[in-house]
Design a protein around this ligand. Structure first.
Ligand SMILES: *Cc1c(COP(=O)(O)O)cnc(C)c1O
Length: 406
């Protein structure tokens, strides 16, 4: 086989379909985010980032940076081993306690990312609970899907956010059989929120465990940033809460929070937990500082909500079509991969506005979009510039507008 020719031809297909991923090379400016510099070859230009998952700007928060500097200087760079072999530092233990407390669970278990936490936890639970059947929301994240597949457990998909369909699919299963229902709180591409209470009702009626991915909820929702389940008073009813330290918390890493026995079980059997180097202690300390701050401070969440509402209002006023949802994610619908790319390139080139195009396979063909994530650190002037630029390119591309809001 001509390997190189094969790789090239596969990439050509992606490019023809408008699905080829081009990364924007950025240098974030601590203290000035959402301002960053974008590099293209020799050139650098200032940009405003509108698509970051650093939802609250915690990646530049003084308390987070201070904790990381202090721990780095005191403890050095790396953890120096897996958790089992010399890599469990005091910072890791404190962070796990912080997470267990955040979710009112007996215990928490850290992983190197949210992706790994889903993959390892679902993989282990599905594989190691004898006869386990997993019920999976149809729009679950790739990391959950990979974990379930890896587990080799029987998996049934239920219709997205439908407790009724979940109930229908659970009903014929042997009541004695172990069951695990895996779903998310905030779905990141449409920004819709699961009917968590209704799904938990169904789980409880069928004796199923529940596994909730709160990756896009933690830090942002609930009085202490415990997520949508905290806001709705439901954390106690969820068997496993999974989250990331890389989005609203602004650092890196993933975790599950659950009973002491469940966490100990995953700790003891998950290959993706056992056989990998622990997070650097400075990362763990930074994440703990971020969580601790957001447990009491409401200002970031309040400003975040205001900015989201403001951007929504302004886009509605000029008829830019967005998905109406109850979350902080604003998907602007373009519906064509090439146009989506072109708009994104044009915004960057002419206005220094960076919004990454979201195309298939991340979203279905025909629903290509720009996913905006306003934050407490975007200014009114940033919003003005964004809205004016979108209006201009919408006219240039002759894209449809919604009837203007009254
Ligand atoms: C981003 C994401 C993850 C993975 O989290 P990372 O910490 O980025 O690896 C898991 N689940 C969902 C729904 C996500 O969007």
């Amino acid at each position: 086989m001509n390997y190189e020719a094969f790789f090239e031809s596969e990439l050509t297909t992606l490019k023809e379909d408008g699905r080829y991923r081009i990364f924007a090379e950025l240098e974030r400016k601590a203290g000035a985010f959402p301002s960053a510099e974008q590099f293209s070859g020799e050139r650098r230009r200032p940009v405003t980032v509108w698509c970051s998952n650093d939802y609250l700007g915690m990646a530049q928060h003084p308390a987070v940076l201070a904790a990381m500097h202090e721990t780095l200087d005191r403890c050095g760079a790396g953890a120096g081993g897996t958790r089992n072999i010399s890599g469990t530092t005091h910072s890791h233990v404190l962070l796990e306690a912080e997470l267990a407390d955040l979710h009112h669970k007996e215990a928490a278990l850290l992983f190197t990312s949210g992706y790994v936490s889903n993959w390892a936890a679902l993989g282990t639970l599905g594989a190691r609970i004898p006869g386990c059947v997993i019920l999976s929301d149809a729009l679950n994240h790739a990391s959950m899907i990979e974990g379930m597949r890896h587990s080799r457990a029987e998996v049934h998909r239920f219709a997205h956010n439908s407790p009724e369909d979940l109930d229908r699919r659970l009903a014929p299963l042997d009541p004695a059989r172990p069951k695990l229902v895996a779903f998310e709180s905030v779905y990141s591409m449409d920004g819709d929120i699961a009917p968590i209470a209704e799904i938990l009702d169904v789980c409880e009626a069928h004796g199923a465990m529940s596994y909730l991915d709160e990756v896009h909820g933690v830090g942002l929702y609930g009085p202490r940033g415990g997520g949508v389940a905290e806001r709705e008073g439901l954390m106690d009813r969820v068997s496993v809460i999974e989250g990331t330290l890389g989005k609203a918390f602004g650092v890196m890493g993933g975790y599950i929070a659950a009973s002491a026995a469940l966490c100990d079980f995953v700790r003891s059997f998950a290959s993706g937990f056992i056989f990998t180097t622990a997070l650097p202690p400075a990362l763990a300390a930074g994440a703990a500082a971020s969580i601790r701050h957001l447990k009491t401070s409401q200002i970031e969440r309040a400003r975040h909500r205001e900015c989201v509402a403001q951007v929504r209002r302004r886009l509605a006023a000029i008829g830019i079509p967005t998905i109406d949802n109850p979350s902080h994610i604003i998907p602007i619908m373009v519906g064509d991969a090439h146009k989506c790319r072109r708009i994104s390139d044009w915004l960057l080139e002419h206005h220094g506005i960076y919004v990454q195009p979201i195309n298939y396979p991340t979203v279905p063909v025909g629903t290509e979009r720009l996913r905006l994530t306003p934050s407490p650190v975007h200014s009114d002037a940033d919003v003005d510039r964004l809205v004016a630029a979108l209006s201009e390119i919408w006219s240039q591309c002759e894209l449809a507008r919604r009837a203007m809001a009254a």
